[in-house]
Design a protein around this ligand. Structure first.
Ligand SMILES: [Zn+2]
Ligand SMILES: [Zn+2]
Length: 240
């Protein structure tokens, strides 16, 4: 049994969707400023940035998991360890199927935010029990500053024990946000992470600097909006 604990930020945006940082900047930042062992670039409805990051992986000491944040018809779903792009606009069940069919890991990010599949008021439009859905993990901590309530709801729901792994992600749209929310897993590698999610061993943690990150988002919000406009086809169903 592996006794080492690894850290993974499984929810990062780049300028391939509505993030402000370029992939090489994110890679350098992770290497120099964080102790993350694994990252996933999860841009809205494109694997482009993620594949680019993967192609640079050998130059760095951490591993990259390929994925994307897919806009299903009822909210966002993160697909990790995938090879084929999953189109936006499919139902939740169909989106999960497409991820599962290719052996990927499906994570429900910010489940109780306005763009989360359970919506801000709970189960929302989905109307189905959480256990009916074939996903692997619930993002119980998301470091976007305005999701305090949603994080609490997600953590509470998970505390009930649903046979679902708990993950944390930064949902970083700016460089300094990377690593502010992360998943702790057993081991150090991407494959260890995957096995740890399968065994429901992971948990979510938060980095320091919440207030300064909140301010940074406030200052950068117009730029993030412009970046959304620039990549509108990918981001039109993304965060508000
Ligand atoms: Zn999202
Ligand atoms: Zn996101």
């Amino acid at each position: 049994m592996n006794d080492v604990s690894g850290k993974a930020d499984l929810h990062i945006h780049s300028n391939h969707s509505d993030g402000l940082a370029r992939i090489p900047e994110i890679m350098d930042h992770v290497q120099e400023k964080t102790d993350l062992d694994v990252i996933a670039i999860t841009d809205h409805n494109t694997m482009e940035g993620s594949l680019f990051a993967k192609s640079l992986e050998d130059m760095y000491d951490f591993e990259v998991v390929v994925g994307e944040e897919i806009s299903s018809s009822s909210g966002h779903i993160i697909g990790l360890f995938i090879e084929e792009h999953v189109p936006a606009g499919l139902s939740v069940v169909e989106t999960l199927n497409r991820i599962n069919e290719q052996g990927g890991i499906a994570i429900i990010p910010h489940p109780f935010s306005s763009k989360g599949i359970f919506g801000p008021f709970g189960m929302g439009s989905l109307g189905s029990g959480i256990s009916d859905l074939a996903f692997h993990a619930l993002e119980v901590y998301n470091s976007m500053p305005f999701l305090v309530y949603a994080n609490r709801a997600a953590a509470k729901m998970f505390a009930g024990g649903q046979g679902i792994a708990a993950t944390g992600g930064s949902d970083a749209h700016v460089l300094r946000g990377v690593g502010k929310g992360f998943t702790v897993f057993r081991g150090k590698s991407a494959e260890d992470l995957r096995a740890s999610i399968d065994r429901l061993e992971t948990h979510a943690e938060t980095g320091s600097g919440g207030l300064s990150i909140a301010l940074r988002y406030a200052f950068r919000f117009p730029q993030i909006r412009r970046q959304q406009a620039f990549n509108w086809d990918r981001c039109k169903t993304a965060h508000n």
